[in-house]
Design a protein around this ligand. Sequence first.
Ligand code: PMP
Length: 449
Amino acid sequence: PYSRALEIHKQHLSPVETAFFQKPLMLHQGHMEWLFDSEGNRYLDFFSGIVTVSVGHCHPKVTAVAQKQMDRLWHTSSVFFHPPMHEYAEKLSALLPEPLKVIFLVNSGSEANDLAMVMARAYSNHTDIISFRGAYHGCSPYTLGLTNVGLYKMDLPCGTGCQPTMCPDVFRGPWGGSYCRDSPVQTVRKCSCAPDCCQAKEQYIEQFKETLNTSVAKSIAGFFAEPIQGVNGVVQYPKKFLKEAFALVRERGGVCIADEVQTGFGRLGSHFWGFQTHDVLPDIVTMAKGIGNGFPMAAVVTTPEIAKSLAKCLHHFSTFGGSPLACVVGSAVLEVIKEEDLQKNSQEVGTYMLLKFAELRNEFDIVGDVRGKGLMIGIEMVQDKMSRHPLPKTEVNQIHEDCKDMGLLVGRGGSFSQTFRITPPMCITKPEVDFAFEVFRSALIQHLE
Ligand code: PMP
């Protein structure tokens, strides 16, 4: 059946390179932080289906409420009301600070950011949008204009890429640099120490001002930032950089958008939302992935004022957004995070994990940088610490594959796919971190032999 499945995949499914491994993994079952393949092998899931399974695969409470709701009502479209929608709206809004109290329910992170972009323009009456180099905000044609990780692009043969024709008013702020050299964004971190150590925040602020000043009519509508860049390989900003950037955008009449698609719902441990770790208050927050523990749902949360201005110029409508099923799943996810104290677990186990994996930097010259916060950690691979060139993709692929063969699934990121991303479900335990560490270390030793 495995070879037949590969044949069907080749014939009928997207040819875009999406399978993670040379020998693609055929998954059959999941239980909390574990996944099982068709042959019964088990894998510790340290990537959560791209940072999405927040409380655990098939979490019994979430599954039970979804099953119950399936017997009652699945779908209404956004033109009808239903109780799960109102229960969820109350629960979610209670987790956000004033004045972020109005919720738009949609289906994916890309859709949420699309809507946020329209909101920013509707409210500010300006056109230009700023996103960072190295950002990932989605893959719809609109959000592709914001996305800027080397691996993601759209170059149509007719010459129409996502820039500039389809998204004429998007400008790139600085940042996006990782540890390795050759970074296409050329904002290379000077060292592998804490993000506020050697990095020249002032330099980035100057570059940010330049970006704001070169935007066509100097009419900034909005500024998008991930609290930590995820797809770019867990890239953190210098301390206070985001706070100053927010102030500069607001001085020019723009609104600030925090893309919490990866960083929200307690994953960073110290705070429920990533923006809180920067001591900023966004005007719009977008969220997806962990919000539904794998059930497709997403949201945009904003202020009553911004919501009102959008209502004036857009009849927003969603067939699936905020369905009864999505809302009961979303509510159950929030309850589980609270009942099982998962944000605290992210903090405790995440801190333990960062310290443990950071040891690898001393042991292996190819481990360039180990960084992150809570359960969002990046391990950036280089040829050696002197040159800081990224480890070639084929070599990173092999380490990745070896981890899988030893029962550990990790993610990848960065412009050269050179960074391993570690983002397990938030129910992960310290003994499981120890297991992952041993597997990862063995894969590195195997690589060097
Ligand atoms: N924003 C961020 C920060 C993301 O990481 C992603 C997905 N990787 C998106 C937006 C887009 O989400 P989706 O794939 O649900 O459209």
